[in-house]
Write a new protein. Structure first.
Length: 427
């Protein structure tokens, strides 16, 4: 049976995302290059027509021809000259005309003696425009021709048809296409490399299985840290008690041992009083209590006995609770009060509410709205930190049909989950 999109591996999804990104970037670059080429060609046409018309208007031959009273004689002299410049400059037309706009020269000899179709300025000045004339739409520049005394004696117009501009653009398309294909090929090669690297790390796991693997790793790490802290604390207390016994200070040794028992028993009572409790979560809370004590953090836990069971597996429950508590303790360690509070209670409409608050400096209001969307984590990333905590929490909770939000004063992460077995909790 063919693998569905739901079962596509993480490596394949990474490949598809990068490949689509490369294609989109390639298309955008191609569009940009075409638009930029079109703008550049038009600007070049305006520059060439303006320069050619200006130099032509200043030519002594043109001035002498327009100063003549015999238009036919002027045509006989200026028409060959205009055609030669048209070929040399790569233009489509150069029209020389009288002050009234009557053509003296034109590439189409039948148009000589007719009126110029473009715009003739009311005062002697240079004008560049796009106009549809006898040769079709064109970019043209008209320049006044003046005698030595400054008197207007005629006009010169030089132009390039838009068809020629389009032909120039088409000639440049192979380069644009080559650049686009090169970018897409590089992107595809990068996507292939990324797929191989991702597959080497994740194998053929779909994203859901990868998340479960990360959740399992986080759960084992969290429980390991908690139990290690609890063992370390008990070991310290036992060493202290043994030392006091050796000094014959039995009352103080008994007080240390009974204090440990009282603190643990209080939490055990809350955990066991809950009819639908999870032993792994209870062990986690006991271990975290030891971690909090090691770090000098006041540890507060309140669990209501009537709280229903969550739809989370023990692995996911430990991962969610452990990451949120770790974040809270990291934040509380930076404050003066140094406390963390965990509250688990029934919510409305068969829901479960988990609140984890701390005395830390808080999270900026503008960041609270996107803290989970961006995969933000208050834990340090890299070899010395974990850096995926809140992103994992968000993924696990939303996957179970719940929500996770953060508020301030004090900073509180609230997880709302449907009761196990309810319709909302079904995958």
């Amino acid at each position: 049976m063919a693998r569905t999109s739901r079962g596509r591996s993480t490596a394949s999804r990474v490949f598809l995302v990068l490949l689509v990104t490369a294609l989109v970037v390639g298309v955008l670059v191609a569009v940009f290059l075409v638009v930029e080429a079109q703008r550049s060609i038009r600007a070049e046409a305006e520059r060439v027509t303006a320069a050619t018309a200006a130099s032509f208007a200043a030519s002594p031959l043109v001035v002498a021809g327009l100063s003549s009273t015999d238009d036919q004689q002027a045509t006989d002299v200026l028409e060959p000259y205009a055609m030669q410049v048209i070929d040399d400059a790569g233009l489509d037309f150069i029209t020389i005309m009288t002050t009234d706009g009557i053509r003296i020269t034109h590439p189409d000899l039948t148009q000589i003696g007719e009126h110029y179709l473009g715009t003739i300025p009311a005062t002697p000045r240079t004008l560049t425009e796009e106009f549809t004339g006898t040769l079709g739409p064109s970019v043209r520049t008209i320049v006044p021709v003046t005698a030595s005394d400054g008197r207007l004696i005629g006009w010169v117009s030089a132009g390039v048809t838009t068809e020629s501009i389009t032909d120039t653009l088409i000639r440049r398309l192979p380069l644009t296409l080559g650049i686009t294909i090169g970018l897409v090929a590089l992107g595809a090669a990068g996507a292939v490399i990324a797929r191989r690297v991702t597959r080497r790390i994740t194998g053929d796991l779909p994203p859901g299985q990868l998340r479960d693997a990360v959740s399992s790793y986080e759960s084992i790490r969290t429980l390991g840290d908690a139990l290690r802290a609890q063992t370390h604390e008990h070991g310290n207390r036992m060493h202290a008690a043994v030392a006091l016994l050796e000094l014959d200070r039995r009352d103080e040794a008994i007080e240390i041992l009974t204090e440990t028992s009282r603190q643990s028993q209080s939490l055990v009572d809350q955990v066991t009083a809950r009819r639908h409790g999870d032993p792994a979560v209870g062990a986690l809370l006991l271990g975290k209590a030891s971690q909090a004590k090691e770090r000098g953090i006041d540890w507060r836990v309140h669990i209501e006995p009537e709280t229903p069971r969550t739809p989370l597996s023990p692995v996911d429950a430990v991962s969610v609770l452990g990451n949120l508590i770790d974040n809270a303790m990291d934040a509380a360690a930076e404050s003066d009060d140094r406390w963390v509070q965990v509250s688990l209670r029934p919510g409305d409409q068969d829901s479960i509410v988990l609140d984890i608050s701390d005395s830390g400096p808080g999270i900026a209001p503008e960041l609270r709205e996107r803290i989970f969307d961006q995969g933000y984590s208050t834990k340090p990333a890299g070899a010395e930190g974990r850096g995926v905590g809140l992103a994992l929490v968000h993924s696990v909770v939303t996957g179970a049909g719940g929500t996770v939000t953060v508020t301030g004063e004090p900073t509180t992460f609230r997880v709302v989950l449907p009761r196990a077995g309810s319709r909302r909790s079904q995958p």
